[in-house]
Design a protein around this ligand. Structure first.
Ligand code: ADP
Length: 245
């Protein structure tokens, strides 16, 4: 459970994004969203509904055309690209459907690379990479190349890489999209465990079963974000949403 008084990690204030076109595409309509430290929020919607746009904005990969995005208490409005990149690198860990591991680097090296830009000394990178891989249950596969790992193990490496920088937010894009049902379940169980240990997780998915793993689900349809399952504890409080301002 997340204390409703814990600090916001994501604060969207009328945040929206319209692709310029022509014709302009209002892919994310202005919305308010608060995700607090320690929450596990899923964002569900069909293909073309605006999930990637939401993820790109939340992940500082795209600049919203409307509103104010405050990440970890820092207003990102008008921030220089260099500062956005630095903020993204230090505060957000990404987990993608396709893993995005370097094929010719070991599991440990893949995880270590996440720390290179943060100027973590080499010996410390090693230790932290090992600790992160132990945390995701891969302490026995440190030197394995991704090609020697199963899909589930690859996703665990990717999760270790996302965690190793100790981000404020774990942002997952269809984290089980490339996995069979049993393997997907083990990855979802890992996310549950990380959440229980205090991680703040936002996962986007088209799969209602994956969405159901979140403590709270937000739905997106035609660019409009709305609380899903309002009867199931969504509502105001820990994470109020006021969509379509
Ligand atoms: P999802 O991830 O749910 O499939 P997207 O966020 O990718 O949805 O897309 C939402 C809408 O924005 C769609 O109508 C899509 O065609 C449109 N869109 C996505 N990217 C661009 C872009 N770069 N330029 C114009 N329209 C885009």
């Amino acid at each position: 459970m997340t204390p409703s008084g814990s600090a916001p990690v994501i604060e969207f204030r009328s945040v929206g994004l319209t692709y310029p076109g022509p014709p302009p595409v209002p892919a994310l309509l202005p919305c308010d969203l608060t995700v607090r430290r320690g929450e596990y929020v899923t964002v569900v919607g069909p293909s073309g509904s605006g999930k990637s746009t939401f993820l790109n904005v939340a992940g500082l990969l795209d600049v919203p055309t409307h509103g104010t995005y405050v990440l970890d208490g820092l207003d990102t409005t008008g921030m220089r690209e260099r500062d956005r990149t630095a903020l993204r690198g230090s505060r957000i860990g990404f987990v993608f459907q396709a893993f995005h591991l370097l094929a010719h680097r070991s599991a440990a090296e893949n995880v270590e690379l996440a720390m290179v830009y943060q100027r973590v000394p080499r010996a410390r990178r090693r230790t932290r990479a090992r600790d992160a891989l132990v945390r995701v249950g891969l302490g026995h596969r440190l030197e394995a190349l991704p090609t020697r790992l199963s899909g589930g193990e690859r996703q665990r490496v990717a999760i270790a890489r996302a965690l190793v920088t100790e981000p404020s937010l774990l942002l997952c894009d269809e984290p089980t999209g490339n996995l069979d049902t049993a393997t997907a379940e083990s990855v979802l169980a890992l996310l549950d465990q990380l959440h229980a240990d205090g991680a703040t997780i936002v996962a986007i998915t088209h799969d209602p079963q994956v969405a159901a793993r979140g403590e709270r689900t937000v739905s997106i349809r035609d660019g409009r974000l709305a609380a899903a399952g309002a009867g199931a504890g969504a509502g105001a409080g820990a994470g109020a949403i006021r969509a379509g301002v």
